[in-house]
Structures are given as C-alpha cells and as structure tokens.
Design a protein around this ligand. Structure first.
Ligand SMILES: [Zn+2]
Length: 237
C-alpha cells in the first residue's frame, strides 16, 4: 500500500488547531485505561467505540453566547472540551451536522471542508516534526544508495519525494509491504535533512516510522477534499 501526502501551500502556517479556548479549559491529557490499553472513546458521529488512537480529537472553542466553533486537535494534546470522531469523511460530515452539538451539549457551528483541511495540515505538521526528530537522532538513511542499504537491512519506512522520478521505481517492491510513504518534494525532504534536495530517505526508527504512517493514514480520507496542492510549505523552504 502506498501512502501519499502532498503538502498544501500553507501547511505550516499558524498552529491555531493546537490552541484551545481560554475560558473553561479542561485539561484532558492522553489517558491510558486499565491494563495499559488505550482508553476507549465513542465517535461523536456514529456512536461506535474505538481506541482513542484510532479517532481524531476535536476541541470546542469559546462560547460566543450563541454557538461555539471547533478545532481539530491532531496532536491529541490540546486542552479544552474534546470530542472524538472516526477519521472518515462520512463521520466528519455527520459530526458537523449534529454529532458535535450533541457531544458538547452546545450549538456547534462547523464546516466539514475547513475541518478536513485542518486535519491534512495537522498531519503534515506532525510528519515534518517526526522527520526532523529522526534526522536529529540520526535515525535516517539519506539518498538512494544509503536508503537501499537501509531498506535491505529492514528499515521500517522509506519516504519518497513526490518528484523523486525514476529513483522511486527502484524501491517499488517495498510499496506492497506498506513501507513506502510519499511526502513533500525533493526540496522539502532536502530541507528537513539539511541538504538542497533529497529524493528518498529511509527512516530507521520503528516508533517514528509508525507515527509517520499513523499521521498519514489519519489524514488520508481527507486529502483531495481540502483542495490542497503539493509542496509549498513556507517553513521548510
Ligand atoms: Zn464514527
């Protein structure tokens, strides 16, 4: 399976999704249920339960006297009253139509397309942070030769620039194993690695790789609905 992550023009602008309202904030840290298993949450749209990790968190903004808005909490750590939904277009639309208002017991005004866009941006910020962390910890193999060696040795994930060209085909066998994710372009990957251009890089850290795949998967259903264009992130240029 091939993960694809184009970067929209304003991928790194602002971080309003992480900010919570200043009034009546309720600290709701990531909790672990009994036995160390992730806490189960109920989808505000379809009502089905799932582990918190599998759901997107949305926080309620300030009450303006008539209604409140919501923001996507992609990092799952923002303070504020939270609700959870499945990362699907169907559940997002249903939550916007009625689920959020029921869940927050308040009139919620939200736009599914805007929230979808926030989800895609949140995913890209998360991936940029994860790659930066992998580079800083030297848990990457940069470039075609080093990546080939690293993937042969079992590196969990290869990041491929959307404009990598024919180099990408040399790694095609790994796509079926879910070990390839397309992210950014050569300049974006290069910037993250402190180089001018990088077409491919292998992530050698299991935790970072699985977090990148999780962030990619979470935003997957919303790509193409948000009108994002590839690869113009100002902060990584
Ligand atoms: Zn649902």
């Amino acid at each position: 399976m091939m993960h694809s992550t184009p970067i929209p023009p304003d991928a790194l602008e602002g971080a309003h999704a992480e900010e919570a309202s200043s009034d009546e904030e309720v600290l709701e840290p990531r909790r672990v249920g009994q036995g160390g298993r992730p806490r189960e949450r109920t989808c505000a749209a379809c009502g089905q339960k799932a582990h918190g990790k599998e759901l997107l968190r949305v926080v309620m903004g300030p009450w303006n006297g008539t209604f409140a808005e919501v923001a996507v909490d992609f990092a799952n750590g923002a303070i504020g009253r939270g609700a959870h939904i499945h990362p699907t277009v169907q559940c997002l639309k249903k939550a916007v139509a009625s689920g959020f208002s029921k869940s927050f017991k308040s009139k919620i005004v939200a736009n599914a397309e805007e929230l979808a866009r926030e989800i895609v941006l949140g995913s890209e910020r998360a991936i940029i942070g994860l790659v930066t962390s992998a580079v800083a910890r030297r848990r990457v193999a940069v470039g075609a030769d080093a990546s080939k060696e690293s993937m042969k040795e079992g590196a969990p994930l290869l990041l491929v620039a959307s404009d990598a060209g024919s180099i990408a085909s040399e790694f095609h066998a790994y796509a079926d194993e879910g070990r390839i994710s397309v992210f950014g372009d050569k300049q974006v990957l290069g910037k993250l690695c402190g180089k001018s251009e990088v077409a491919v890089l292998a992530i050698t850290d299991e935790n970072i790789a699985s977090a990148i795949v999780a962030a990619t998967t979470m935003a997957g259903p919303f790509r193409g609905t948000s009108g994002s264009e590839a690869c113009m992130s100002p902060e990584v240029r």
